[in-house]
Design a protein around this ligand. Structure first.
Ligand code: SF4
Length: 323
């Protein structure tokens, strides 16, 4: 089974089980000093006390710069006065925040004034990062990735998920604080081999940037930078989720609904496939058909608390509070 298929099956199982009340997402940046330097395969964001308030704002990711700006919920401010960045960038952030319903705009004297439609809520709790390595026989950069997660402490818990039999030697090669799961995609069963140790998310962390023979480049990341990065990570997870795949225009693909999840299952390969890299006319089993019309957003809404476009009455009532 490919890493892609393993990842989708694990996301489906987590959403069905232990993380049913959490936001499950995949392929999100998990570094701070070197954005994009570490990508977390799966991120589970547990809901906090004001989760319902977050759901009521927007189904999209709220830009971190909009949350961190001087735009509040009280009186509307001239947008240019509220940002500490280039005007063009500030303009893009304001446009996006208005488009998704986080900011409301008023025109006064030919100028745009904006305010938040609702206070940014305390909506998330613990964040769990999961690294997928179905086959421990081909570990790649696994050890360095897990050492980064352990020393940076951006997520509350970091876990390695594999389908392989886990030996003592495997466990000895990865940091002790990293949890280890054995996951069986066919059945959806999950066996905890080692519990993760909570990471010190509210303390400064060390990010590994690069390793050279006899020398490692690092960056010290402050507690405040980590807190900001955690909020951005939680926001991206909320907006993105894990159903970010397409279905091929091939008759051999029969979206599987084993656990009431729609995954790109290929009857020719007899497994879940990654349409972006595996499908097309060059594949031996390809039979051209119309691209199936599958609404994965609707599935996410049906199976989780996420709402694509809360808008309407709820957003209006949020606005009324501040008029
Ligand atoms: S293109 Fe190939 S891998 Fe993709 S669904 Fe069709 S037969 Fe399967």
């Amino acid at each position: 089974m490919s890493e892609f298929a393993f990842e989708l099956e694990l996301c489906a199982a987590l959403e069905d089980g232990e993380y049913g009340d959490s936001v499950v997402a995949r392929q999100l940046g998990g570094s701070v000093a070197d954005p994009g330097g570490r990508i977390l395969d799966i991120v589970c964001v547990e809901s906090g006390p004001e989760f319902a308030d977050r759901v009521a704002i927007t189904g999209e990711t709220i830009p971190g710069a909009a949350i961190e700006s001087a735009i509040g919920t009280g009186r509307a401010r001239f947008w240019k006065d509220a940002f500490d960045c280039h005007t063009e960038r500030a303009r893009r952030i304001v446009e996006r925040a208005c488009e998704i319903g986080f900011f409301a705009r008023e025109r006064r004297g030919g100028r745009d004034y904006v305010r938040q439609v609702a206070r940014y809520p305390d909506w998330y709790g613990r964040i769990v990062g999961i690294e997928n390595k179905p086959d421990l026989g081909t570990p790649g950069d696994l050890e360095a990735q897990l050492r980064t997660d352990a020393s940076l402490g951006l997520v509350d818990e970091a876990i390695l998920a594999t389908e392989s039999y886990v030996t003592r030697a495997h466990l000895n090669r990865i940091p002790e604080v990293i949890g280890v799961w054995r996951f069986f995609p066919e059945s959806g069963d999950l066996e905890v081999i080692r519990e993760p140790t909570p990471l010190p998310v509210s303390e400064p962390g060390i990010e590994l940037l690069a390793e050279h023979p006899g020398r490692t480049e690092i960056a010290v990341v402050s507690a405040a930078e980590k807190a900001r990065a955690r909020r951005r990570l939680a926001e991206r997870a909320y907006g993105k989720g894990w159903r970010t795949y397409a279905f091929p225009d091939c008759g051999a693909c029969e979206p599987t609904t084993d656990r009431d999840e729609t995954l790109p299952y290929c009857t020719w390969k007899e497994c879940v496939v990654d349409p972006a890299s595996e499908c097309g006319a060059a594949c031996g089993g390809f039979e051209a058909v119309e691209t199936p019309d599958i609404d994965l957003e609707a599935e996410r809404e049906r199976r989780t608390s996420w709402v694509a476009d809360p808008g309407g009455a709820r957003r209006q009532s949020g606005l009324d509070r501040f008029l």
